[in-house]
Ligand binder design. Structure first.
Ligand code: ADP
Length: 469
């Protein structure tokens, strides 16, 4: 089985969020199952290649926006997954990731590589991810290719809307794309919708989200298109790369957690004191320590809900550590809280993998009040440090957390519901220590390894290639 895995981000070269992790871990797990899989991403200037040796393995020209453009193909081995990675270089469109041209251009280049066999590697399947690679299925169909496609939706709310002119730049008649009438009128092209329609199958990153996106509430306008694809939309829960996670955390932590050993309580205490000192918080293991890690996106991540709760409760009894970047207005609002409670609230508006691991290790609880969450990796990473998630029951959060067993789930997306859940968790932490310990150990034991999910993907690939879907 040969698979080309196309995405716009890939850890450790270029990572923005969970997709970067998945693009690293899923191919690794599939490789372990015998799949000949390779990543392909644009070669941005910002790519962090470090000391990894890149080799030029090809070059070709493609036409985009009426001009001949040179594309160079480099190959590098992902140092974390040992999976080969192809990097597509073009000065005009790939140096900086800019929607829509970078992605339209990249999609065309990927299809051209397959069509002309520039890599001596004809995949059975191109695995596309999110809107950035949403035009690949359409472009393959337009040239009547027999290569199959699967599109994985990591987050339906990012759809890659652009002007319909992109199709002209790609030299595709707009009749070939199934653009809805209103889109022809508005002269809009939706990359993700094109991907959903033209891919052979669609998957998303948790079973619950696969159902949710069929509804008006979560469908972000795509629910009808997705329903039209029913029977070809699958939900497979993401995993985490357990060994790599352990290895990287070991490097990031002054007091690493021993592998397969439940002396976690001592390590958690040591990491907590270390981080309290580092961030200028009050030092003490008996201070309840909550955290939030994630993109500062008020439409999804519930940062408004946490903020409301913090303004209501007696913050000085607790500690809250925030790590995230994004919406500036919300960063400023949180900044105020830090100024007001410098010993209790620490805000870190940056992307910092080492600090993230230190926070996972030090926290007693992690707050995940997402309005919607396709899968979420935060809760899995937190649990692997015995940190209990307190999360809104939605999407993959409900699929991966067992309420009152290895974390806490609440139903309403409100600050009151979050606060009730926080107080319940706190009561267990403060007044029912044996119960708390059993929960933390249950979290540590929960198996989020990629093996099971990779088998499900391989099963889908096999059915797809054998035309049994
Ligand atoms: P999403 O894909 O919506 O961003 P996920 O929960 O799926 O959310 O994955 C987020 C990933 O990004 C996790 O690996 C998390 O540790 C990491 N992450 C998010 N924000 C930061 C940050 N500011 N610094 C370091 N890592 C971060």
């Amino acid at each position: 089985m040969k698979v080309l895995f196309a995405s716009w981000e890939l850890d450790p070269f270029f990572k923005f969020g969970g997709l970067g992790d998945v693009a690293r871990s899923l191919p690794f797990a599939l490789k372990e199952l015998g799949v000949d899989i390779r990543n392909i991403i644009p070669f941005y200037n910002a790519l962090k290649l470090g000391r990894n040796k890149k080799t030029k393995v090809g070059k070709f020209d493609i036409k985009y926006a009426g001009k001949n453009e040179k594309v160079e193909i480099y190959q590098v081995l992902n140092p974390l997954s040992r999976v080969p990675v192809y990097l597509l270089k073009n000065k005009t469109y790939c140096d900086i990731a800019k929607s829509p041209d970078t992605f339209a251009f990249f999609d065309k280049a990927v299809v051209e590589i397959v069509k002309k066999n520039h890599l001596s590697f004809i995949p059975d399947i191109i695995h596309c991810n999110d809107h950035h690679t949403g035009l690949i299925p359409l472009l393959l169909r337009a040239m009547k290719s027999s290569v199959k496609t699967i599109l994985t939706i990591h987050n339906l709310s990012y759809q890659g809307r652009s002007s319909i002119q992109v199709l002209e730049k790609l030299n595709i008649s707009h009749l070939k794309s199934k653009i809805m009438n209103w889109e022809i009128e508005s002269r809009q092209l939706n990359f993700l919708m094109e991907g959903i329609i033209h891919a052979d199958i669609v998957s998303t990153v948790s079973p619950t989200y696969a159902k949710e996106i069929m509804t008006e509430e979560f469908g972000v306008g795509m629910e009808e298109v997705l329903r039209g694809k029913e029977g070809r939309v699958f939900g497979i829960l993401n995993g985490i790369d357990v060994n790599l996670n352990h290895h990287l955390s070991g490097k990031a932590l002054k007091y690493p957690f021993p592998k397969n050993n439940f002396s976690w309580e001592r390590e958690k205490g040591q990491n907590k004191r270390f981080l309290q000192k580092k961030l200028g918080l009050r030092i003490g293991e008996n201070i309840p320590f909550f955290s939030f890690i994630g993109r500062f996106d008020p439409r999804q991540k519930g940062i408004d809900i946490i903020h409301k709760m913090l303004r209501r409760i007696d913050v000085e009894k607790y500690e809250f550590v925030i790590l995230g970047t994004g919406d500036q207005e919300w960063e400023e609002r949180y900044e105020w809280l830090c100024k007001f409670y410098p010993k209790n609230v620490s805000c870190n508006f940056k992307f910092d993998d080492t600090l993230a691991r230190q926070i996972y290790a030090a926290s007693d609880f992690i707050l995940i009040p997402s309005k919607f969450e396709p899968c979420g990796l935060i809760q899995m990473l937190a649990m692997s440090f015995g940190t209990l998630p307190i999360a809104h029951k939605t999407g993959g959060l409900g699929d991966s957390i067992k309420d009152n067993v290895n974390g806490f789930l609440y139903d309403d997306h409100t600050s009151e519901a979050l606060e009730r859940s926080v107080m319940h968790a706190l009561d267990i932490w403060q007044n029912q220590k044996p119960r708390y310990r059993a929960m933390a150990e249950e979290a540590l034991k929960t198996d989020f390894s990629w093996g099971k999910s990779a088998k499900e993907y391989l099963d889908l690939y096999t059915k797809l290639v054998n035309n049994t879907i």
